[in-house]
Design a protein around this ligand. Structure first.
Ligand code: HMG
Ligand code: MG
Length: 284
């Protein structure tokens, strides 16, 4: 039997957060419902950040309230602070994510905090989430390159990963936020992180800005990673990372994994419907 590799679908959050034009809530819900039918186990659908910082995510509670929740699917939300966590619990998110960075410039631009300040802010969020029975995922942005600070030392990523791991994150997602990683820089970063956190608790989150995300996934598979974040239709980017357009497209990751002999558990016909919906939402 083929080995299972999970694609964590982040399009409704990481994809749509970056769209400039207003996307109706009903369209977001229809996309999530299609993705639920495609067979994902985890879908990131919401972000309880400041609506002044990311207006596109202001309707996250309504999205969580109106989607048709499929049995066994975890609907995830970003929570930068206690206020975000309270909103996520009220909206009945199934799991939450705290999100930090391995570079100071991006941390400041994205969440208005130094790396140390952000970790101090995340600790009570992780604690309270666990007390509420919610699994906590951790993100680290700029794992190879930062749009403000340049190349990121692998050791810094390992240090932040160890701290998120100690906070009880069940998985740490390693973000090549601006898609400038290469198989060599991703491998060097993973070698450092794997000294602190085992591959079973890591995920690759690679943007495809330079067209190398699939190659970066392949090198990560060689290092033992078996979870990859992707956005249907290649939606997105990050509003606080200039040039971050384009998460790696889920359907492309699916095809590559299948070609490599892995099982994704996804229904490719439904996935393609989702990709068409996503492209229509961004006006393509
Ligand atoms: P701040 O301005 O330092 O926060 O922002 P504050 O605590 O001083 O609050 C300022 C105002 O925001 C107050 O309102 C708060 O109530 C409100 P006011 O009194 O001015 O009316 N506020 C909130 N409102 C709703 N929900 C909340 C919340 N928190 C405060 N949770 C903050 C700090 C973290 C809030 C802000 O910087 C922020 O929202 N940043 C989010 C940026 C973001 O969402 N970026 C994209 C996601 S990360 C990403 O895409 C990378 C990833 O994909 C991985 C990768 O690719 O690398 C994960
Ligand atoms: Mg991202």
């Amino acid at each position: 039997m083929a080995e299972f590799v999970e694609i964590f679908e982040v399009g409704p959050r990481d994809g749509l957060q970056n769209e400039k034009r207003h996307i109706p809530t009903a369209d977001k819900i229809a996309l999530v419902d299609c993705l639920s039918a495609a067979g994902f186990r985890r879908i990131e659908v919401a972000s309880f950040v400041s609506p002044k910082w990311v207006p596109q995510m202001a309707d996250s509670a309504e999205v969580l309230a109106r989607i048709a929740r499929a049995e066994g699917v975890s609907y995830a939300a970003l929570t930068p602070n206690m206020k975000g966590l309270e909103r996520a619990i009220a909206a009945r998110a199934d799991e939450v994510a705290i999100f930090g960075a391995a570079s100071e410039g991006f941390s400041k631009a994205n969440i208005n905090a130094t790396i140390d300040e952000s970790l101090a802010r995340f600790a009570p969020v992780a604690e309270a989430a666990k007390a509420a029975g919610l699994p906590v995922r951790g993100y680290i942005s700029c794992v190879t390159d930062c749009p403000y600070d340049g190349p990121t030392p692998p050791q810094k990523v390992a240090e932040v990963a160890a701290k998120l791991d100690a906070m009880g994150c069940y998985e740490i997602s390693l973000g090549d936020t601006i898609g400038q990683g290469t198989p060599d820089s991703i491998a060097a970063m993973l070698d450092a992180v794997l000294c602190m956190v085992p591959a079973e608790r890591l995920a690759g989150h690679y943007h495809d800005t330079a067209g190398r995300a699939l190659a970066n996934i392949e090198v990560s598979l060689e290092k033992g990673l078996r979870v990859f974040d992707a956005a249907v239709g290649g939606l997105g980017g990050c509003p606080y990372a200039p040039g971050a357009a384009g998460n790696v497209a889920t359907e492309g990751v699916h095809d590559r994994l299948v070609a490599l002999g892995y099982d994704t558990g996804l229904d490719s016909a439904v996935l393609l419907q989702g990709a068409a919906m996503a492209r229509a939402m961004r006006g393509q």
